[in-house]
Design a protein around this ligand. Structure first.
Ligand code: URA
Length: 426
């Protein structure tokens, strides 16, 4: 494929044109090989963000990203395979209870996850707070664990959609993450290359999500559902609220602890509700509509799979969670109702406490985070504890406290609490 110039591809999109299949195949491949420079891909990503893409362009772009690397073959797994992907939120630990739960109901869940960047947490960072747990598996280890337990959560290998790995890092520093065609192709290229037979998407909407409006979230969900279908992956999406954090815990170890509470049959009501809603969608998509995930949660079968899954990757499921040496409790200064707990602000506070990273090579603190003591809508009295700030280092608390205080408000009247599941596409 020669005869293309990156600048012509950029100009086509800059001027609102439609990229040809050949242009897309060439530019994605040439960028992966280092022939198209970062500054040229940055300009193209910005042109895509501003001008958009037609469905046929997004489909071709996704196919080119899949073709940039290997595609896993899960056809040897006897159970139906089904995965879940969340577009990212604050306190979103749903993958942790959901993966073993769906496996306990008879499906196999090949969950390739990432690390957090910015205010949203990463599933691998959370699991790495379990002493001994190992995120990196070879392809053979991944397939063997999936066949044996029906559940694996691990890091995506370097050879899976390498074009996306490179492009995502570039988008992150060029203000082009929010382009719907680029988000859709990024997520779906990885999920299709992973080899899952079915996929349930949790598309987040609200201050803590990439998509701030339901309209944008719906467009993203439609785009991804169509891409999945075009590649033979049964795909459905739930649109869910991310204006307030999920559950009470935001951080790494604190989110694992909360997930284990859910697996033990307790935990916050919203985490249980969303875990069960996604589990039902996954089991339907996997062709197991008669499975009963509520029962698998209450009778301990999901917990058994969790323990086996953690142990298979070197983790000790009985190890005590790391404890933060610095804890500050923030209390209500008046009577009223907890009105707003803004997801973005709480995510940022957890990040300031050390739970997240600013650059991808930074370490994260296992113990740091925010633990809410109240949920929006709860009645509070002056002096009641609203939330805890936890950190390894006392120097991090003041800035985190200022950020959290701006995100939390108490009002005289009860607030309207939005529903958790806003819509379904598929
Ligand atoms: N998650 C991804 O994997 N890619 C994006 O572009 C956004 C969120």
């Amino acid at each position: 494929m020669s005869g293309f110039a990156a600048v012509d591809v950029i100009r086509t999109k800059r001027d609102g044109g439609v990229l040809s299949d050949e242009q897309i195949d060439w530019v994605v491949d040439a960028y992966t090989r280092g022939v198209v420079a970062d500054e040229q891909m940055s300009a193209l990503a910005m042109a895509i963000l501003l001008r958009g893409m037609r469905p046929a362009e997004v489909a071709r772009w996704t196919a080119a990203m899949i073709a940039s690397g290997e595609r896993l073959d899960l056809s040897g797994i006897s159970r139906p395979t089904v995965d879940k992907h969340s577009t990212g939120g604050v306190g979103d630990k749903i993958t942790l209870p959901l993966t073993p739960l769906v496996a306990a109901c008879g499906a196999a869940v090949p969950q390739l996850s990432g690390r957090g960047l910015g205010h949203t947490g990463g599933t691998l960072d959370k699991l790495e707070s379990i002493p001994g747990w190992r995120a990196t598996l070879s392809n053979d280890e991944f397939v063997a664990q999936l066949a044996k337990l029906g559940a694996v959560i691990c890091a995506a290998g370097e050879r899976l959609a390498p074009a996306d790995r490179k492009l995502y890092a570039l988008r992150d520093v060029t203000g082009t993450v929010e382009a719907i065609p680029l988000i859709a192709s990024s997520i779906m290229s990885k999920k299709i290359a992973e080899g899952t037979g079915a996929l349930v998407l949790d598309v987040k909407v609200g201050s803590g999500a990439f998509m701030k409006s339901p309209e944008d979230a719906r467009e993203l969900a439609h785009t991804m559902v169509e891409l999945g279908g075009a590649h033979g992956v049964r795909t459905v999406a739930l649109l869910t609220d991310m204006s307030t954090p999920l559950g009470l815990a935001v951080g790494n170890a604190v989110e694992v602890t909360e997930s284990v509470e859910v697996l033990a049959g307790g935990g916050p009501a919203d985490i249980v509700e969303l875990t069960l809603a996604l589990a039902r969608e996954m089991l339907d998509a996997a062709g197991l509509p008669d499975a009963d995930p509520a029962r698998a949660l209450s009778d301990g079968r999901a917990m058994d799979v969790w323990r086996a899954m953690v142990a298979a990757q070197g983790g000790d499921p009985d190890a005590p969670a790391p404890v933060a040496p610095e804890v500050e409790i923030v209390r209500a200064d008046r009577d009223g109702y907890l009105a707003a707990v803004d997801a973005y602000g709480i995510g940022l506070a957890a990040w300031r406490l050390g739970a997240g990273r600013a650059r991808k090579e930074d370490p994260v603190s296992a113990a740091a985070g925010v633990v809410l003591r109240r949920r929006p809508g709860d009645r509070v009295r002056a002096g009641d504890a609203l939330y805890e700030l936890r950190a390894d280092d006392a120097g991090r608390i003041a800035a985190a406290r200022a950020t959290a205080e701006a995100a939390v408000s108490v009002s005289p009247d009860p607030p309207a609490v939005p529903p958790l599941v806003i819509g379904r596409i598929g």
